[in-house]
Design a binder for this molecule. Structure first.
Ligand SMILES: *Cc1c(COP(=O)(O)O)cnc(C)c1O
Length: 366
């Protein structure tokens, strides 16, 4: 029997489950969960849903994790029609498994899809796909400090053709990887390289979509950052306003306690940033979205108007910025208490250690 969701009118997806006969043993899994490096180990299963112009979303499956078979002419390999998401599953003290604001990620996947001319997965299907994977791979959600199961939903054009138009056949998948703290050394301040030769996005481009192409464009400047001895790279727009890091948003804390963050249609709007800013508002801070030029950043730090700068995203949560380096300058950044205190409050909510007063958590198991 197909259940119909009363609110959305969508039939509930019925995932066909094929168990992985070569699944890791509990001992092998325990070893992989002990100290996982980011994105290197994967769970035993993955979700796979097909989409076609005529058939819509169909064939929802949970199947053994493993290589995909792709036609060499698959459009994604040539024109990069691809989008993804990043969201975590957290184990609470009582063993239950929760994720954080999945509706926001589902809606963002739809916005990314629109920009990349891909089909929009209904948000309820997005959440059902996470639950379907957890129902078979729930044992992979670690319970150590700062550990979680990183879920990676993604969608790409798999139609085999070399003409340039949106593909008529698309695949949506979810894979999962147990993770610990993103930056080795915990929440130690990171150093940032100011990229002046390269941009990650442009006006009217794909900067607001979570798509592989933006990351491809960030790899060379990121390599330049490493050469300069820096951990991460920060990008400017054509008017020399600060955009964001390769995969994290940026927030400035002003002397009067106001939090300022760049707002433009070339920035990927992070759920982490939105949540941290909400927690700051709850504490009585003022929050402003506006342009911040690189000159305002540098002079603001010199004058003491800017008292903290931090980066944020699901993978690393919060990373205080300790150094900004450019072609002809090196500037130490003031490190204050707010970034780490907001980080603690956010992770306390995510791991169920304090009340979830905004109803941000959604249970994935049971
Ligand atoms: C995913 C991402 C972020 C952070 O978004 P969260 O929802 O907080 O994880 C920031 N910038 C870019 C470019 C991203 O891809």
């Amino acid at each position: 029997m197909t259940l119909i969701d009363i609110e959305t009118g969508l039939p509930e997806l019925e995932f066909a489950v094929t168990k992985n006969l070569a699944a890791k043993s509990p001992a092998e899994r325990a070893e992989l969960l002990r100290d996982p490096a980011f994105g290197t180990a994967f769970t035993d299963h993955m979700v796979d849903i097909c989409w076609s112009v005529g058939g819509g979303w169909h064939r929802p499956r949970v199947q053994p994790y493993g290589p995909l078979s792709l036609d060499p002419a698959a459009a994604v390999l040539h024109y990069g029609q691809e989008i993804f998401e990043g969201i975590k599953a957290y184990r609470h003290q009582d063993g239950s498994i929760h994720t954080f604001r999945p509706r926001q990620n589902g809606l963002r996947l739809q916005r990314s899809a629109r920009r990349l001319a891909l089909p929009e997965l209904p948000v309820d299907y997005f959440i059902q796909s996470l639950k379907a994977l957890i129902s078979v791979d729930g044992d992979w959600v670690p319970d150590g400090a700062d550990q979680s199961l990183y879920l990676r939903p993604f969608m790409f054009a798999k139609e085999a053709f070399l003409g340039v138009r949106p593909a008529n056949k698309v695949g949506y998948y979810v894979i999962a990887s147990p993770v610990g703290a993103y930056f080795k050394g915990g929440a130690k301040p990171v150093s940032i390289w100011l990229s002046e030769d390269y941009a990650r996005a442009g006006k009217g481009g794909t900067g607001a979509a979570k798509t592989g192409g933006n990351y491809a464009a960030s790899l060379l400047p990121q390599a330049e950052a490493y050469e300069q001895g820096c951990d991460q790279v920060v990008f400017l727009d054509q008017d020399r306003n600060v955009e964001e890091l390769g995969g994290m948003n940026i927030v400035f804390v002003m002397k009067d306690g106001t939090l300022v963050t760049p707002q433009s249609d070339s920035i990927l709007e992070g759920v982490t940033r939105d949540s941290l800013l909400q927690l700051a508002v709850d504490r009585g801070h003022k929050v402003v979205g506006r342009d911040v030029s690189i000159d305002e950043w540098r002079t603001g730090v010199d004058s003491g108007d800017i008292v903290e700068v931090f980066a944020c995203g699901t993978a690393a949560v919060v990373a205080p910025i300790g150094v900004l380096k450019g072609r002809d300058f090196f500037q130490e950044q003031p490190v204050g208490p707010l970034a780490l205190s907001l980080r603690e409050e956010l992770t306390d909510i995510q791991y169920g250690r304090v009340a979830d007063r905004h109803d941000w958590l959604v249970r994935l198991d049971g």
